[in-house]
Design a protein around this ligand. Structure first.
Ligand SMILES: *Cc1c(COP(=O)(O)O)cnc(C)c1O
Length: 390
């Protein structure tokens, strides 16, 4: 066995070569071509929507998304402090400002705190919902299904509706996750809010090398996304542009990966679920380590596995464990640095960040690729046992 165990790597198959060969033979290698359409159609069908628009990255999708939902200079967008930075950076591309929210014990945005904030710190005005502290208008709530764990969308949509806000679902990590009970039973993450964004970066559950997808509940928003992703070209023959657009369309080469990968999502979820259960069974017996659960009433995609290290019981702290694991070739990593601790966001508005500070200090992610073997998992577990200090 190769003793290097990566955290999360692509699971690709050689049928992609046939698709790439076709791209080369036909010359369709850029932002046009049949694989783009085919991937969009297959993707839409898989997540249960009519239409989807392929873009060059999840970040590009989020940038278009915020723009289409009307986020402008000086507006505000509510975001979690626990996320990958790409949820937040596109807000600043538009000259707007993030409002940072805490997480709860699921690592997703704390919706009770969100409600409290909306209740006490905002007021409805003719221009929209005003943040009483900053005086700026709040346009959008941007939620993240962190590590593939579906957030309570019923509550998100209830609050958005009550306060007249739009919702973006950053579903970059949660392709394959859906609700198994409640109002949204059967619905996939990303398909409930006004817009949903997915990513196919190399460490996500499926990959196209680089790429993303946008879905929307209103088809007009989606048409707008497609239009802006191809430089807002109004007349394709005479190159007329009536608006500022972007070069964000997915390429046919990336889509050639996608048409193969999208067929494998369920297979990958199954492996990831089995691997999660095996870790769970083994980690239960190691005092001081706790594998975080996914939300009940959902069918998560089990994208990333999170373990909380309780130093008092485990004997060593999170950082020492991280180092020991990486020293023996097991790639483990901490939670992302909180957005509220990032230099560009230091001065931004934050609302009662508390729990996130605990999780950022005590959490590790352990290997979770969909091609991880039982033997590798048992090796990781044996090291976790070995490193415990009594
Ligand atoms: C990966 C990721 C993104 C960005 O996707 P890219 O395709 O890498 O641009 C955005 N948000 C979250 C939560 C992510 O994990």
């Amino acid at each position: 066995m190769d003793s290097n165990i990566p955290l999360s790597v692509p699971n690709l198959s050689l049928d992609i070569l046939d698709n790439i060969k076709e791209c080369i033979e036909t010359g369709w290698v850029s932002t046009g071509g049949q694989f783009i359409t085919e991937f969009e159609e297959k993707f839409a069908k898989y997540v249960g929507v009519d239409e989807a628009v392929g873009v060059q990255s999840g970040t590009a999708g989020l940038h278009l998304g915020y723009s289409i939902l009307g986020v402008k200079q000086n507006d505000e967008v509510i975001v979690p402090t626990v996320t990958f930075i790409a949820t937040v950076t596109p807000i600043t591309y538009l000259g707007a400002h993030p409002i940072f929210m805490d997480c709860d014990d699921t690592l997703n945005m704390d919706l009770n705190k969100l409600e409290e904030f909306l209740e006490n710190n905002t007021e409805k005005t003719v221009d929209g919902l005003k943040n009483k502290t900053t005086g700026r208008i709040i346009k959008v709530i941007s939620i993240v299904h962190v590590f593939g764990n579906p957030i309570a969308m019923e509550k998100v949509m209830y609050l958005a509706d009550k306060y007249g806000l739009k919702v973006i679902e950053d579903a970059a990590e949660s392709l394959g996750s859906f609700y198994a009970s409640g109002k949204y039973s059967g619905k996939h993450t990303g398909t409930i809010g006004h817009l949903g964004i997915f990513s196919f970066n190399a460490n996500k559950i499926i990959t196209t090398g680089g790429g993303g997808m946008i879905v929307a509940t209103n088809p007009e928003l989606l048409s707008k996304a497609r239009f802006l992703s191809i430089q807002a070209k109004t007349d394709p023959l005479y190159f007329v542009h009536d608006e500022i657009g972007y070069n964000y369309r997915l390429t046919n080469i990336n889509a050639a990966f996608g048409v193969s990968q999208i067929d494998k999502v369920e297979e990958f979820v199954k492996v990831k679920c089995n691997n999660y259960n095996l870790y769970q069974e083994k980690l239960e017996k190691i005092a001081g380590l706790k594998l975080l659960p996914f939300n009940s009433g959902t069918r998560p995609n089990y994208w990333f596995y999170s373990v909380i290290v309780d130093k008092a019981e485990y004997g060593i702290d999170r950082d020492e464990l991280l180092k020991k694991l990486n020293d023996v070739g097991i790639q483990a990593r901490p939670l992302w640095g909180l957005m509220t601790d990032q230099k560009p966001f230091k001065e931004c508005y934050t609302y009662k960040i508390e729990k996130a500070k605990y999780y950022v200090k005590n959490l590790i992610n352990i290997p979770c690729s969909s091609n991880l073997t039982e033997e590798q998992i048992l090796y990781v577990v044996s090291k976790l046992k070995e490193f415990k200090r009594d």
